[in-house]
Design a protein around this ligand. Structure first.
Ligand code: ADP
Ligand code: MG
Length: 513
C-alpha cells in the first residue's frame, strides 16, 4: 500500500488558484492526480475532459498504471462504465470490471484492474465537463462507499479548477483580441492624415494622434484640458480653433470651418460626443482645398472679366481707327497743330496696343507656326524701343552667343513676347541702367539692372491685371506666359530686389514634346 498524505497537504493540493490558465491546468491536474493516487492508495488515475460542446471526452491527465492509456484516448457519453457515469452524473464503484455488463463484449477491458471508482466532474454552469477514473489492481483492497464519499468533493474541486482555467483562458483570449483591435485602431488613426483628439466628459485629453500635434503645433499630454491646448495654439489660429474646440467641450455634435486670414490656413473641425461622455474632435488642415476653391472662383471671375473687356476693347478699336486717320491729316498742318496731330496718333497707337492686350487676354490663342529667325525679330523689336530706351537713359544691348537662332513658332506672338519683356525691362531700369537681350543655346534671356522684384511679388507676376505701375494693365506678362505655354516652352524669372531681374524663355521643351 502507498504512503498516505496528510490532510494539510490535501487542502494545499486542491488550491484551485494554482490552475489559473490552460498550461498551468495540465501541471495542476498531474499534481492533483498524484496526490489523489497516494490518498486513495490507487494504482492508476486518469481524467477525461469534454471536448468543446461535443459528447467526446479526451484524456487530459493520467498517472500510475493509467499511464498505459494512449495519448488522445477518448470516451463517449453513454458508452462503457465512464460513459454511463457521464450520462447519469452519478459517481459509482465498479468492483469487478471484467464482469461488468457495461463492458462485456463492447470494449477491451483492462485485466489489471480489480476495482474502480468513476466520478463525474460536474460544474453548476456546464453540467458534466469530465470524468475521474481511480483504480486499484486485482488483489488490492476494493474501493468502499467511504472512498467514494471522499472522491466526490475532490471531483467537484477538480471540475471547478478546470472550469476556472477555461474561463481564465477565455478572458485572456478576449483581452488579447481587444488589445489587437486597439492596436489596429491606433495604427489607423495615426495614419489618417486627420488630427484626432479624444477627451473625457470634462474636456481633458485622453488620447490623440501625431497629426493632432502637428496641426495644433504643440505636444499634447494626457489629462491636459482643452482650454490649456487652446491657449497654446499659435497666433491667429487660437481664436478660430478655440471657438470650435469650445463647442466640442459642451459635448455637442458639430461641423465647423475655421479660417485664419493672416496665414491663409483653413481647418475643418468635426466633433462628436461619445456614448459614455467626452468627445472625439477631428481637425483636418483644408488650406489647400480652400485655396483650390478660391482659385476656381478667381478663374471664373477672370473669364467673366475677359468677356467684358473683349467687348469693350472691340468697341474702342473702331473709333480709334477713325481718330488715327484724322490725326494723320492733322499732322500735315503746319506748326503746333501738326505736332498735336502726332501726339494724337501716338496716344491712339497706345490705346490700340492696350486693346490688343485685352483682346489677347480674352481670346483663346491660335498659333500659326513657321520657321523664324529670332535674331531678326529681336533686332526689329530693339530698334522699335530704341527711342523709348534713350529717353529713359537706358542702354539696350543685343548679344548672341549661339549660332542657332532659328525656332519654330508664331511670328506675331513671339514679337509680342519680346516687346513685353524688353519694355518691362526698360520701365524697371534706372537712368544709366543697361538691358541685355541675349540669345543663348536653347534660350532667350532678357536681363536688366533695375529695381528687381520682391520674393512675394514673383508669385503674382503672371497673374492677369497684376501691375505695380500707375498706368499699367497687368496683362503683359500674363499674355507672355499664355504664348510661351502654347508653344510648349518654359519661362523662368529670377530677381534680386534692388539689383535687377532676369527673364528666361527655354525653347528645349518644344523638342521634347
Ligand atoms: P504691366 O507692365 O502693365 O504692369 P506686366 O504683366 O507686364 O504688366 O507686368 C506686371 C508687373 O510685373 C509689373 O507691374 C512690374 O511690377 C513687374 N515686372 C515685370 N517685369 C519686371 C522687371 N523686368 N523688373 C521689375 N519688375 C517687373
Ligand atoms: Mg508690361
Amino acid at each position: 500500500m502507498k504512503e498516505r498524505i496528510e490532510d494539510r497537504d490535501l487542502s494545499l493540493l486542491f488550491d484551485v488558484s494554482r490552475a489559473s490558465n490552460e498550461t498551468k491546468l495540465d501541471l495542476y491536474l498531474n499534481s492533483i492526480l498524484e496526490g489523489c493516487a497516494r490518498w486513495f492508495s490507487a494504482s492508476g488515475i486518469s481524467v477525461f475532459i469534454r471536448e468543446d460542446d461535443s459528447d467526446h471526452f479526451v484524456l487530459s491527465a493520467k498517472t500510475g498504471a493509467d499511464m498505459t492509456v494512449p495519448e488522445g484516448a477518448h470516451l463517449r457519453a453513454g458508452h462503457g462504465i465512464a460513459g454511463a457515469c457521464i450520462s447519469t452524473g452519478v459517481p459509482m464503484i465498479v468492483q469487478d470490471p471484467l464482469d461488468n455488463p457495461l463492458l462485456v463484449g463492447k470494449v477491451q477491458p483492462r485485466t489489471d484492474i480489480g476495482s474502480a471508482m468513476v466520478v463525474p466532474l460536474i460544474t453548476p454552469e456546464s453540467g458534466c465537463i469530465g470524468v475521474l477514473n481511480v483504480s486499484r489492481r486485482i488483489g488490492e483492497v476494493e474501493f468502499s462507499k467511504h472512498d467514494l464519499a471522499q472522491a466526490t468533493p475532490m471531483a467537484r474541486h477538480i471540475a471547478m479548477a478546470i472550469s476556472n482555467a477555461r474561463l481564465f483562458a477565455g478572458v485572456n483570449a478576449a483581452v488579447a483580441e481587444t488589445r489587437a483591435a486597439n492596436e489596429k485602431l491606433d495604427a489607423i488613426i495615426a495614419t489618417l492624415g486627420v488630427g484626432v483628439i479624444v477627451t473625457d466628459a470634462f474636456g481633458a485629453v485622453e488620447q490623440w494622434n501625431p497629426e493632432a500635434e502637428i496641426i495644433l503645433e504643440q505636444e499634447l499630454t494626457r489629462g491636459t484640458h482643452l482650454h490649456q491646448i487652446i491657449s497654446k495654439c499659435p497666433g491667429e489660429m487660437k481664436s478660430s480653433v478655440a471657438k470650435a474646440l469650445r463647442k466640442a467641450c459642451s459635448g455637442k455634435k458639430f461641423v465647423e470651418r475655421a479660417h485664419d486670414e493672416k496665414t491663409d490656413k483653413a481647418w475643418s473641425i468635426v466633433s462628436s460626443p461619445l456614448p459614455r461622455g467626452g468627445a472625439t474632435i477631428a481637425i483636418q488642415d483644408v488650406s489647400n482645398h480652400e485655396k483650390a476653391i478660391k482659385e476656381l472662383d478667381r478663374v471664373k471671375r477672370l473669364a467673366e472679366i475677359g468677356q467684358l473687356t473683349a467687348a469693350i476693347a472691340h468697341e474702342i478699336r473702331n473709333p480709334l481707327t477713325g481718330i488715327r486717320s484724322a490725326s494723320q491729316i492733322v499732322q500735315s498742318a503746319p506748326g503746333e497743330l501738326g505736332e498735336f496731330g502726332r501726339i494724337i496718333e501716338q496716344e491712339a497707337l497706345k490705346l490700340n496696343a492696350l486693346c490688343d492686350d485685352f483682346l489677347d487676354f480674352a481670346r483663346p490663342l491660335t498659333l500659326h507656326f513657321e520657321k523664324l529667325d529670332l535674331l531678326e525679330i529681336l533686332q526689329r523689336v530693339c530698334s522699335e524701343y530704341e527711342k523709348t530706351a534713350d529717353s529713359a537713359g537706358v542702354r539696350l544691348r543685343l548679344m548672341m552667343d549661339s549660332r542657332a537662332s532659328r525656332v519654330k513658332g508664331d511670328l506675331m506672338r513671339i514679337e509680342q513676347v519680346c516687346r513685353n519683356l524688353i519694355l518691362n525691362a526698360i520701365q524697371a531700369s534706372r537712368n544709366g541702367g543697361r538691358v541685355v537681350i541675349s540669345l543663348q543655346r536653347g534660350k532667350l534671356v532678357v536681363e536688366d539692372e533695375g529695381q528687381g522684384i520682391e520674393n512675394e511679388v514673383v508669385q503674382k507676376l503672371f497673374t492677369p491685371f497684376f501691375t505695380t505701375k500707375a498706368n499699367g494693365t497687368g496683362l503683359g506678362l500674363s499674355n507672355v506666359r499664355k504664348i510661351v505655354d502654347a508653344h510648349g516652352w518654359q519661362i523662368k524669372v529670377s530677381s534680386k530686389p534692388g539689383s535687377g531681374t532676369r527673364f528666361e524663355i527655354l525653347f528645349q521643351e518644344q523638342k521634347a514634346a
